[in-house]
Each structure stands twice: as structure tokens, then as C-alpha cells.
Ligand binder design. Structure first.
Ligand SMILES: [Fe+2]
Length: 342
């Protein structure tokens, strides 16, 4: 069996493959690690047949949608998943065939309604249903402590005790456990009483995960994250360094325009000498009158270098083929001690 555990902070994802056929599956891939997955796939010489999300994640961005397009493989989720990009929806007991490997889906609602675990040979990928020394929380959208009780005590914990447990999270650097160890030691599983379990889950009082709203919105719709939008814009434009721009300031070159895309107040408080002002929100509507010559070289600037990247990409889309963005924005410009005009 080809097996790689990819650790990103507390998130665990997996590349699982068949040695004989080089067919593989990626489980719970995370958006920030796309290059790493593609590197691993290449290094292992495997063909990814499926991208599986064990559930709708609320704490990180899934890479399944993006990787599915790149690797031309279907995204697999449980039947009740809200994600419109799921290509293959599984019911409890359905099996995926990956070369000589067999992955069986166990529907284990509770952490979310669409949670499932995947059983493959000697191991089970438990998503957020069962964690090492813990369980998934049940207080986020579609969570239900009663269902989690049933999924754990009537399904997952009935697996042979030697079954290896590979969860979707561990914040203490542990890689795996077994069903037997969890039954014996997991503090949340020590009382087998349903009411006591539900009571405990209802009173955990956990903080909301960071990016909760954006992660749910993106993972449920297949929409893009702010980070993705910026990365897409950055791929379309070159940048200009602060020192390069500083040498061009005051050069009286009519073919070179510094375009400040911040709001009026920020522009008036201090801008690069000679900069032309056109706020990002008015770019499309006013660009024709502000920049009548589409062949000029343009450097956009904003406060931190992000809005200016989006603006430069928009300008390129509109036909200003020489638009670039200032690397670092006004904050970096001022910190470097360059001249500011008011
Ligand atoms: Fe989760």
C-alpha cells in the first residue's frame, strides 16, 4: 500500500494508493497544500482516481474541487453533502475501487450530517468523527450529538480493535491511533451512556474556528476564497519593486503612470509623487477618461499591495497590457523612507 500522511498545522490529509497498479486516492486535501499534493503524486508516480472529502469542513478550505479539475478525477462526498461540485455521492456501505484497494464508506453523521469514514484494509479514515483522544464537535451547522453517539458506539467502535485510526485532525502532532486504544483511553468514550455523552457534547463550549463563515461558504458552494482570487490575479500581473519605482518617480515620462487605487481620504493623506488617483471601486467606469492611452505602462498601488494586484489584473483584462502592481504597497513605500506627496 502506498501511504502518505500530509500534515498542515492541525489538518491531516492522506494519499493512499495501490502499489501494483499505481492507482490512488486523496483524502481531505487542503487548499494551501495543492502544490505539495501534486508534487507527491508525481514523486510516487500514481494516478489519482478519486478525491474524497470525509465531510463539509468548517475549519479549512477543501482542495478537492481545484484538484479534481487539475487531476481530472471525480470529487467524492456523502450523498447528503451540500457541495455542488461533488461528482460522486456515496451511501453507507458503498465501496470505491482503487486498483487492488477497496475503500468502504461508513456514513457517520454527528459532527456534520454528511460525515463519513472510509475503511481500507487495516485502517479507517475517520474524518472528524473520531479523533485521537477526542471526537468531532457537534455544535457547528448540521452537527448533532445524538447522531454522533450512534455513529461512534453503534458503528465505528464496533470495528476490530486493531484497526488503525487516521483522523482528519490532530493538534498534538500524533499520526494515528487504533480503535482499541480509543475505546480504552479516549476521555469522551468512557461513559457509554447516551444521555451523558449528549450532555457532555452540548457543554464543551468551544471557540468558533477561524474562517468559519468563509470556509463553509466556499466548501458548500465551490466558490473561491479571497486567497484564491488574489493568487489568480497575481498570476496575471508582474510586480514592480519599490526601488525600481523610486528611480522612475519624477522622471516626467508621459508613457509611465503611477495609479493609486485607494479611497480619496487615504490618497490625500499621502501618495507617491505624481500618482494619478482612481479608486478601485470606480476603475471600470472611469478608466477610459483617466487613462486614454492603453499602451502606457501602469504601476498600481494601494495600502498593502493586495487591492492593487486585483486592480492591475482588471486593467490587463480591460486591455491595458502593461499594467503591473507595486510590490508591498504604500505601507512598504513609507517604511522604506521614500518621498510621500500630500
Ligand atoms: Fe470538520
Amino acid at each position: 500500500m502506498i501511504f502518505e500522511q500530509i500534515v498542515t498545522g492541525g489538518c491531516l490529509s492522506y494519499l493512499l494508493g495501490c502499489e501494483a497498479t499505481r492507482a490512488a486516492v486523496l483524502i481531505d486535501p487542503e487548499l494551501s497544500q495543492i502544490d505539495r499534493y501534486l508534487g507527491l503524486v508525481h514523486q510516487q508516480g500514481v494516478h489519482v482516481r478519486y478525491l474524497v472529502d470525509t465531510h463539509t469542513h468548517a475549519d479549512h478550505f477543501t482542495a478537492s474541487h481545484a484538484l479534481g479539475k487539475t487531476l481530472q478525477a471525480p470529487v467524492v462526498m456523502h450523498r447528503v453533502s451540500p457541495a455542488p461540485f461533488a461528482d460522486l455521492r456515496l451511501d453507507d456501505g458503498d465501496m470505491l475501487i482503487v486498483g487492488e484497494l477497496r475503500l468502504k464508506a461508513l456514513h457517520t453523521p454527528g459532527h456534520t450530517r454528511d460525515s463519513m469514514c472510509l475503511l481500507a484494509a487495516d485502517r479507517v479514515f475517520t474524518g472528524d468523527t473520531l479523533l485521537i483522544g477526542g471526537t468531532g464537535r457537534t455544535d457547528l451547522p448540521t452537527g448533532n450529538p445524538h447522531e454522533l453517539y450512534d455513529s461512534l458506539f453503534h458503528k465505528l467502535l464496533k470495528l476490530p480493535p486493531e484497526t488503525l485510526v487516521f483522523p482528519a485532525h490532530d493538534y498534538k502532532g500524533r499520526s494515528h491511533s487504533t480503535i482499541g486504544v480509543e475505546i480504552a483511553e479516549n476521555p469522551r468514550l468512557q461513559s457509554k451512556d447516551r444521555d451523558a455523552f449528549v450532555e457532555m457534547m452540548l457543554h464543551l463550549d468551544l471557540a468558533a474556528p477561524t474562517h468559519l463563515t468563509e470556509a463553509l461558504r466556499t466548501n458548500m458552494s465551490g466558490g473561491r476564497t479571497v486567497t484564491q482570487l488574489l493568487a489568480e490575479a497575481a498570476a496575471k500581473v508582474p510586480f514592480m519593486a519599490l526601488d525600481e519605482l523610486s528611480q522612475r518617480v519624477g522622471g516626467n515620462d508621459p508613457g509611465f503612470v503611477i495609479l493609486d487605487v485607494r479611497e480619496q481620504e487615504a490618497f490625500q493623506a499621502g501618495h507617491i509623487p505624481g500618482a494619478v488617483h482612481l479608486p478601485r471601486g470606480q476603475l471600470e467606469l472611469r478608466v477610459n477618461s483617466v487613462l486614454p492611452d492603453p499602451t502606457v505602462r501602469i504601476v498600481t498601488c494601494c495600502e498593502f499591495g493586495k487591492i492593487s494586484t486585483l486592480a492591475a489584473a482588471t486593467l490587463r483584462d480591460l486591455g491595458y497590457g502593461r499594467a503591473a502592481a507595486l510590490d508591498g504597497g504604500m505601507k512598504a513605500w513609507k517604511e522604506a523612507g521614500y518621498v510621500v506627496e500630500q
